[in-house]
Design a protein around this ligand. Structure first.
Ligand SMILES: [Zn+2]
Length: 286
């Protein structure tokens, strides 16, 4: 089970890993916390009044398409997007939005879903949200509450039979090592790198490269990941710089998606290359 804040996050964080496990016969469920109602239109070709007026329905249809491409199941947890606050000072979050929820309360739909779907592995974001969007930080909080309480028969008895997932991972976002590898790969191939400026300013950024425990080889699914990303047409510019890095280059210089093992109830020596390490032995084949 992968828990994400908005529709489109599942296609940019760990999507190739999901596609790989789906191909191996693993059942994968994406839990999407919010409907993405307050997301801006980030693709200039889609930035039209009629799109903005119907953004919730359009993003649902985009999610359906991405779900089909990835071969996963998907469930909405039913919260309302907080939007990304901008300005100085930052404006308050809109009333009732996901970012303002009490995590113990907001974990309920996720706990219910865990008890129904019974995942062995969960993924979510780190405590900084991967990037500091209030919905991403709340996604982290509710995921941790749900992981810790779903297996407790005393907790939330009205939400179904207890089920304890065995491992909780955080998606690793950009690390300096990954960006540098792609940058150097582009230069070595005589291509322009879009990363030079980012790398120069890297010292301001939080680098969690040393926290990575698990690298999943999934280069052959990068194309599926990109197709799923492009399905979120209001959120992703198909001419954006990410798509300028040739797939073969990405497959050569950084063929993995990376994760931080945050909680584990099984023995699996680190570093790992499989989210199910230590679990396959315990529960038999998937
Ligand atoms: Zn998001």
């Amino acid at each position: 089970m992968t828990v994400h804040a908005h529709p489109d996050d599942e296609s940019s964080k760990g999507a190739a890993t999901m596609a790989k496990y789906v191909a191996e016969g693993v059942q994968v469920l994406v839990a999407t916390c919010t409907g993405g109602e307050r997301g801006s239109v980030l693709n200039p070709k889609m930035d039209k009044p009629e799109v903005l007026a119907d953004i919730t329905n359009i993003r649902r249809a985009e999610m359906d398409r991405a779900r089909e491409i990835l071969g996963v199941d998907q469930a909405w947890l039913g919260f309302v997007d907080s939007g990304l606050p901008e300005g100085d000072p930052l404006p308050p979050l809109p009333e009732g939005c996901f970012g303002l929820q009490d995590p113990e309360e907001a974990a309920k739909p996720l706990i219910k879903l865990i008890r129904e779907f019974r995942p062995h592995v969960m993924t979510t974001y780190d405590e900084n949200g991967g990037y500091p969007h209030p919905d991403h930080i709340m996604c982290h909080k509710v995921s941790v509450v749900a992981f810790e309480r779903a297996g407790d028969p005393e907790a939330y008895p009205e939400l179904g039979e207890p089920w304890q997932p065995l491992k909780l991972y955080y998606n690793s976002g950009w690390t300096r090592a990954r960006m540098l590898a792609l940058h150097e790969g582009m230069l070595a191939a005589g291509l322009d790198s879009p990363y030079a400026e980012w790398l120069e300013k890297w010292s301001d950024r939080d680098d969690r490269g040393d926290k990575i425990t698990t690298r999943v080889e999934c280069g052959e699914y990068f194309e599926v990941r990109d197709d799923a990303l492009r399905a979120h047409a209001t959120q992703v510019d198909p001419d954006g710089f990410w798509f300028h890095i040739p797939l073969e280059m990405q497959q050569k210089v950084w063929p993995t998606e990376d994760f931080e093992l945050a909680r584990s109830l099984v023995d699996s020596p680190l570093p790992e290359s499989d989210l199910f390490a230590g679990i396959r032995e315990k529960v038999g084949s998937h």
